[in-house]
Structure formats: C-alpha cells, structure tokens
Design a protein around this ligand. Sequence first.
Ligand SMILES: Cc1cc2nc3c(=O)[nH]c(=O)nc-3n(C[C@H](O)[C@H](O)[C@H](O)COP(=O)(O)OP(=O)(O)OC[C@H]3O[C@@H](n4cnc5c(N)ncnc54)[C@H](O)[C@@H]3O)c2cc1C
Length: 309
Amino acid sequence: MSHNKVVILGSGPAGLTAAIYAGRANLNPVVLAGHVPGGQLTITTDVENFPGYPKGVQGPDMMDDLRLQAERFGADIRNSHVVDVRFGDPHVMELEGGEIVETAALVIATGASAKWLGLKNEKSLLGRGVSACATCDGFFFKDRVVAVVGGGDTAMEEALFLTKFASRVLLIHRREEFRASQIMQDRVLSNDKIEVVWNTVVTDVLSSNGEAVEGVSVKDVLTDYSREIQVGGLFIAIGHSPNTDIFLGKMDMDSEGYIKVVGPGTQTTVPGVFVSGDAADNVYRQAITAAGTGCMAAIDAERWLAENE
Ligand SMILES: Cc1cc2nc3c(=O)[nH]c(=O)nc-3n(C[C@H](O)[C@H](O)[C@H](O)COP(=O)(O)OP(=O)(O)OC[C@H]3O[C@@H](n4cnc5c(N)ncnc54)[C@H](O)[C@@H]3O)c2cc1C
C-alpha cells in the first residue's frame, strides 16, 4: 500500500498538466495512467490547435512531451487502472490486480470517450478522415465533401461548423426527424451547404489504401437499399461518455455522468477531490481546456492540502 499527498487519475492533457503543477509544488504526485496512457490524443494524428506548436504536432508526440515534462518535476507515472474508490480521510483506491493506493488529495482526470458506430474501418481511419471533433479537424477538409452522423445538438453544431470549410456537408441520420433543439434544426435545415440524408445508416467507411477516407457505404433503413457516397471525411457525432463509472453514487454528477464542481474552481462535492478535463466538461472538450483545468485542479489541491493537512 502507498500513501500519498496527491494522486492524479488519468494521463491525458488534464492529468499530466496537473502532474506538472503538483510536481513543481513539491507534492510528489503519483499519476495512475489508466488503460490509455496519454489519453485521447494518442489515437489521433495532427494536432494543430494546441498553443506552442506552430507547425502542429502528432497527438502521441505531444503526449510524450507532456509526460517527460511531468516526470522532470518528479511525477511518478504508473501504468495502473483504478477499479474502485472509497472517499474518506484518506481517499482509498483499488487498482486492477488488487493493490491499494491512498491519498490525501485526489485529482480526477479520467476524461471521456467518444461514442463510435462500431464500423470495421472506423478506428484504423481515425485521424485519416474519420473524426469525432469538427473543432479539432474541420480545418483539414477545406473544399471537400464531408459526412456527419447524428441527430442531436452536437451533430447540428458539427455540421454547421464544418460548412466553414467543406464544400458540402451530408448530415446522415437514421430517423426521419432530429432530436436536436428546434433552433439548431432550423439553422441546419436553412443552410444551403447542408444536405440531410434521412432514414439512413452508415455501414462502412471506404478507403482503398487505409490512409484516407474516400467514401461511405450507407443503407436506407426503410427500403434496405444500399449505396456508396463519395466523401473525404466522416464526422461521428453521436455523443461522448465521461469515464466516471467508478464514482457513480459517490459524488454529484449530471444526468450524463459528468462530475459537478462546487463554485468557480475544480472542487467536487467531496472534500479534497478535484476534477479536471473532459470528465467534467460536456461543452468544450479540447486538449487546451483540459490542460487548463488540470492546472487549476493541481493549484486547488495544493491550497486544500495547505489548509487541511
Ligand atoms: C480522435 C480525437 C482527436 C482529437 N483531436 C483534438 C485536437 O486536435 N485538438 C484538441 O484540442 N482536442 C482534440 N481532441 C479532444 C482531446 O483529445 C480531449 O479533449 C482531451 O484529450 C481531454 O483530456 P483529458 O485529460 O480530460 O482526458 P483524456 O485525454 O480522455 O484522458 C483520460 C485519461 O484517464 C485515464 N483513465 C480513465 N479511466 C481511468 C481509471 N479508472 N483509472 C486510471 N486512469 C483512468 C485514461 O487512461 C487516460 O489516460 C481529440 C479527441 C479525439 C478522440
């Protein structure tokens, strides 16, 4: 069993930024990196919107840089996944394999996972034309035809955002009406660049070389008629799930499982437990906002320890 001042759950931009700050505050943070060391950016290619990289950077390279920076200040980064948490004094975590880790202050940075369609090529073409983030990747599709899948507000936002770059946006939806808010539907339906493909599901992503998306196979759910459509990009906008199951019933969350903060900082409803990044953010979901709240969580934890230890 190890007892620590600060443990950080997660090694994405939020967790590693928290580790840099906690390390520089001499708190000797332990980072439990989880099943995806480096977080979501390790499954993408070009990241062009993180400040400090004028030529852009590959997602995995950026996360290696953050990891090295955190280790430089003494962060102990372990490839461990937490399976259970008991809040108290101290907070107690059980790792896969049964090891127990205790901590006075805890920073949750467990992120979120985009929901995928489950298509054969979908994951291998991530960052090569398949995306779950128009804000991140829309810029790469100037004057291309792209498809967006979904029928909620996120899909409407993604489709509208993509009209700034793409020559045409096909919004593919499996039903004959959207569940998005009326105002977002109205914006989409009145936009000349967006064409809605109703009652249709995507059944495959097409790529002859595995390097770039060339089209999608779709099926009309009313007629079973299948066809191929040429597109240069496929944006999947069917939602995200925060990775917060281990905290269910133990702290306040919204109806989708995003952890709630108390007040303007990162303090959760459990004393000494702070949250950062996508685990608490259903709105921005960017590496820079995750890093920003990771910094806030480390400073909040440091101040809480100073007042309570
Ligand atoms: C394909 C793709 C491309 C993207 N491109 C961009 C981009 O270009 N620019 C941009 O700003 N954003 C981009 N994003 C969004 C960005 O990746 C996220 O906003 C950001 O990674 C969130 O950081 P985070 O630290 O909150 O969580 P994540 O990056 O999701 O990391 C979560 C971490 O928590 C760990 N974890 C989870 N559960 C546990 C547990 N039980 N125990 C221990 N550890 C656990 C995981 O192993 C992981 O290390 C992209 C996202 C995707 C999916």
